[in-house]
Design a protein around this ligand. Sequence first.
Ligand code: C2E
Ligand code: MG
Ligand code: MG
Ligand code: MG
Length: 282
Amino acid sequence: RAKQDGRARFHFFSAEIEESLRSRHRLASDLRLALEGRQFRLHYQPQVAAGSGRIVGVEALLRWPRSGAPATSPAAFIPMAEESGLIVPLGAWVLGEACAAACRWRDAGAPTRVSVNVSAVQFLDPGWLDLVRATLARTGLTAGLLELEITEGVLARDLPRTLGIINELKAIGVSIALDDFGTGYSSLSYLKRFPIDVLKIDQSFVREMTDDPCDAAIVGAVTRMAQGLGLQLVAEGVETPAQADLLAQLGCGIMQGYRFSRPVPEEDLLRLLLHGTLTPDP
Ligand code: C2E
Ligand code: MG
Ligand code: MG
Ligand code: MG
């Protein structure tokens, strides 16, 4: 009886594993086809100065609209793109598209810094620095209008190599943001060792800061630390007026979140840029 159960369970699990392998394989090949078929899009989310409500930059976020399927978050498919290596050509497309869009905004009279997410696999790819240089040259974007967002995980991979790459990028004139700060492998020594320009405090701290004094204390401390280190601080995931007020009170300079705008297509962003500040309704 027990033996039978065991066997049944084994079959059950192996079928489950097989199905999961099949669906992962399907996702990997769907991603490849989507890249070849030019199905990916970028949306752009404003980063807003706390005082003036002015848009000081935008973050490019990958979108994969699929007919007949619900939109899949990059959080779900980026890991597969990383695992399969597709992130390298996909990331190259993202960089090119974001730089081209920033050129179009500039040419329309609204020069705006664009921030591009870069995963560890891309950042440590041997062709990465050449790709950044070539993309800037091809699109004609000034390096000062490009920012790259990396996570603490990238820094932890290969310290000397990462430092070398960051120094090269800084020499080109590209700025570096540390994304999702406070999650992952936070080590304060990174802030000392790496010439980072921007800290993005993770939305998990922002989400409950108006209810949880611990989160508010963390955000306040990170704000002061950023000020002391001469870094810009961006709060991610700002959804409510109360969060925005508290962040401003704590001295956080830049905010990003649904409170101000969702990530929007390029043309909508241009409209936001041209038609002044993004001061939300009271
Ligand atoms: P991230 O870089 O931390 O991006 C912020 C995420 O928070 C985005 O999710 C954004 O849509 C979402 N968000 C913005 N404001 C709010 C808010 O007020 N409330 C809430 N709940 N969420 C908000 P998204 O677009 O689903 O992207 C998820 C993650 O996927 C990104 O996190 C980033 O790690 C990764 N990703 C997105 N695009 C790219 C890309 O082009 N390349 C790479 N390598 N990774 C990307
Ligand atoms: Mg990001
Ligand atoms: Mg983030
Ligand atoms: Mg994230």
